[in-house]
Design a binder for this molecule. Structure first.
Ligand code: LUZ
Ligand code: MOS
Length: 768
């Protein structure tokens, strides 16, 4: 069998050896121009005058490209909102916004030439924060308000009631490979674009709109990305289009490649949220009513912000039954770079609100927060979400029980309490938090996948599908599926680059659904080919179709056997089509966007983590000493890849919540635009002990490849346990600490009690 076994990533050896080719490694076609994109120096300003003649006359400069060079539509918005011009139009809307582009023989020449631009701006007042946007009612999309039950009556009637507020920061994707596109003009007026994108079809169609070409004249190809994390779901289009505009204007290939600082200033990030909550509960900690107000910083355009903010609303429950709940979600427009998809897509932020409330409830009642979490979990008779979906395969109670036992949670919690009683300045915290993520794109039409398989007459197999490889191991998983169905070793399946020429109209590789959608589509294609080969085998063996078995590189019927290659050779001679497309659309999902009600998800992925931290309250420094994770991937297609995704997702989530801080100053300048100031987790931040285990889940059945579950995003939310453990440790010295995310050491040091904190919560010795 080729599935449900660990197989190394298909590119692991090349990647480790530095031999894997990324777009910047492709030998440049003769005459390739390098493109520098000039950026706005203001957060918000009117462009009074833009004089670029001197730029065009600088040494080495081949072309200057502006709005006037656009033959088609000026907008690159993924939802065609008309709010995202290729270059600033009349006004600049954020600091770093593209104004025009210079193409030259070298990147240095292009960049130097921009110093000769004479652009006059009239600075305008800028909206930089969520608070300013709320005050001015500055929104990219109308607010969303949803409700179930009667939260106001429940809140008024509840024995206990608490209010609070927290902020979660943005996050830069910090993929190792920054944005890059190479556009090559073709002799028939078409354009070939090599682009580091999760979404080749969208780059294709937006580029065609801007160039005023039919989609079929634009081809987009990507073999692999050096990481993406959502940052390449919509963001590549604008830069690919700028490369294509240069190629169009000059007739020469053109490359746009952002350096790290430009990438961080110019491209979108995770949405920062401000979350206010009001929660009513009984003596047992059972939630009776809750209200959330989620204020979402979206930057200057809508982009994916509607879908991201909706995910925050959908997942405000994390995994808890909220009988009476209201959520208001405000999509704030600010003069900052447009925020975009980032692994988790609004879910981590939604989860942060309810998990903070869980801790408040526990501390208010003097209970173990895990007990409060357990009591509020979805369960029998309490299994319908606030958007109307009834849960299935809800295995969180089993996951939590098993994790508590394997991590020795109870014993360690007592040890942590004992430690805190005997240590004045060092404090520990331990927290277990669950995860529940709905799997499917919330926009129905995106839930489709396509594949294309060729078998050549020597028996070799070339696999293509609509998914993109960003390091996550999608390609090996889909190859395993095809190998499994055709009964050959996975090494026999040749993996080919994603291209819009082979599979059209694909969705972004996003929503954690890459293996589900493309794996099922590839399986469909493989089964078609297997059916045709079976017919040939039936004739060859004189056997019935039911007797034909494909395995171990052979096709057999009873005692008779022939190699896969030989059978393919026979099939060719018999004039059999050895090429097939495959298709998949997710069944059984529906959602009414207006009433916010339905069954949007094919299934849910579950997991839980326990994190233990040690904090030095005199300096604010801390360590994550131990993490135990138990995560549900259904029946894993490839346990090694899945565990890698869980480790990576957790660490990336931990970075978001602990060290990665985006800081914009009062002029709207991003001051943390390089690794010198923006701190992603490094080897030194790895938890001292990190145990990751997959939950056995044989009961799961779904229209997914061999009943596997998505794994890309859910584990990111496991890192909320680190945040909670830090809050618990800080609570030893500051009652109900108001600590926004990320909890940097500075934030630990400066922690203050949240408004309304009960002094009685402070068990520690305290700072005065
Ligand atoms: N991307 C998207 C996503 O376009 N729609 C989604 O629902 C989604 N969910 C998670 C991550 N990316
Ligand atoms: Mo996404 S956040 O590109 O799944």
């Amino acid at each position: 069998t080729q599935v449900r076994v660990s197989q190394a990533h298909d590119s692991a050896c090349q990647q480790v050896a530095g031999a894997a080719l990324y777009i910047d490694d492709i030998p440049e076609p003769r005459g390739t121009l390098q493109v520098y994109v000039a950026q706005s120096p203001h957060a918000h300003a009117r462009i009074l005058q833009c004089e670029l003649d001197d730029v065009a006359h600088q040494p080495g400069v081949a072309a200057v490209v502006t709005l006037e060079d656009i033959p088609g539509v000026v907008d690159v918005s993924c939802i065609h909102a008309g709010d995202e011009p290729v270059f600033a139009q009349g006004t600049v809307q954020f600091l770093g916004q593209p104004i025009y582009a210079v193409a030259a023989e070298t990147l240095d020449a292009a960049r130097l030439a921009t110093q000769h631009a004479r652009i006059e701006y009239e600075p305008l007042p800028a909206v930089l924060t969520v608070e300013q946007a709320m005050a001015q009612q500055s929104f990219v999309l109308p607010p969303r308000k949803i409700k179930r039950g009667d939260p106001d009556t429940a809140l008024q009637g509840a024995k206990h009631r608490l209010q609070g507020s927290l902020r979660t920061g943005g996050q830069d994707h910090f993929y190792l490979e920054s944005h890059i596109s190479l556009a090559v003009p073709e002799d028939d007026g078409g354009m070939l674009i090599y682009c580091s994108t999760q979404n080749p079809s969208e780059v294709q169609s937006l580029c065609a709109r801007v160039l005023d070409l039919p989609d079929a004249a634009v081809k987009v190809q990507v073999r692999r990305m050096g990481g993406a994390f959502g940052g390449k779901e919509t963001q590549p289009a604008q830069l690919a289009i700028i490369a294509a505009l240069v190629a169009c204007k000059t007739g020469r290939p053109a490359k746009v490649r952002l350096d790290r600082d430009d990438d961080m200033r110019m491209t979108g990030k995770r949405h920062a949220f401000v979350i206010d909550y009001d929660i009513g509960f009984d003596d047992q900690g059972l939630i009776e009513g809750v209200r959330f107000v989620q204020k979402v910083r979206c930057g200057y355009t809508a982009d994916l912000s509607g879908a991201v903010a909706d995910r925050g609303v959908l997942h405000c429950d994390n995994s808890y039954y909220l009988a009476n709940v209201a959520v208001e979600s405000y999509r704030c427009r600010t003069n900052t770079v447009s925020d975009t998809a980032f692994r988790g897509f609004g879910i981590p932020q939604g989860v942060m609100g309810i998990e903070r409330a869980m801790l408040d409830i526990a501390q208010h009642l003097g209970l173990d927060p895990l007990e409060v979490r357990r009591r509020n979990l979805y369960g029998p008779g309490r299994d319908q979400t606030h958007y109307g979906q009834t849960l299935s395969n809800m295995i969180l109670p089993e996951i939590i029980d098993q994790l508590v036992e394997e991590s020795r949670y109870d014993e360690r919690r007592q040890a942590v309490q004992a430690f805190n009683q005997t240590h004045r300045y060092l404090k520990k915290g331990i927290a277990l938090t669950p995860v529940m993520m709905g799997i499917s794109f919330t926009r129905l039409h995106l839930n489709q996948g396509g594949a294309f398989i060729n078998i050549y007459k020597d028996g070799s197999i070339a696999l293509n599908h609509g998914g993109t490889e960003m390091g996550q191991g999608l390609f090996i998983k889909v190859a395993q599926i095809v190998a499994h169905e055709l009964g050959v070793g996975v090494e026999k399946v040749r993996i080919t680059a994603t291209t819009t020429e082979k599979v059209p109209n694909t969705s972004a590789t996003a929503s954690s659904a890459g293996s589900d959608l493309n794996g099922m589509a590839a399986r469909d294609a493989a089964l078609k080919l297997k059916g045709r080969l079976s017919e040939v085998a039936c004739r060859h063996f004189g056997a019935e179709a039911e007797a034909i078995v494909f395995q171990d590189g052979h096709v057999q019927a009873g005692e008779q056997r022939i190699s896969f290659e030989k059978l393919v050779g026979l099939a060719y001679l018999e004039r059999t089509s050895l090429s097939a497309t495959g298709f998949f659309k997710t069944p059984d999902i529906h959602f009414d966007n207006d009433t916010f009600h339905g069954h949007p998800f094919l299934y849910f992925a579950y997991g839980a983590a326990v994190s233990e931290v040690l904090v030095d309250t005199l300096t604010g420094e801390y360590r994550v000493e131990r993490v135990d994770i138990l995560h549900d991937v259904g029946r894993s297609l490839n346990p090694a890849i899945d565990i890698g995704q869980i480790e990576g997702g957790f660490i990336q989530g931990m970075g978001w919540l602990t060290s990665e801080e985006l800081h914009w100053d009062d002029k709207g300048r991003l001051r943390t635009h390089a690794p010198s100031t923006y701190k992603i987790p490094s080897v030194g931040n790895r938890p001292d002990v990190m145990n990751v285990k997959l939950m056995e889940n044989p009961a799961f059945r779904s229209a997914t490849p061999y009943h596997s579950k998505a794994v890309g995003e859910p584990p990111l939310m496991l890192a909320v346990s680190v945040y909670q453990a830090l809050l618990e440790a800080a609570s030893e010295v500051v009652p109900r600490p108001a600590m926004d995310a990320p909890i940097t050491p500075e934030r630990v040091l400066l922690a203050k009690p949240m408004a309304g904190a009960k002094q009685a919560c402070a068990k520690g010795l305290g700072r005065e």
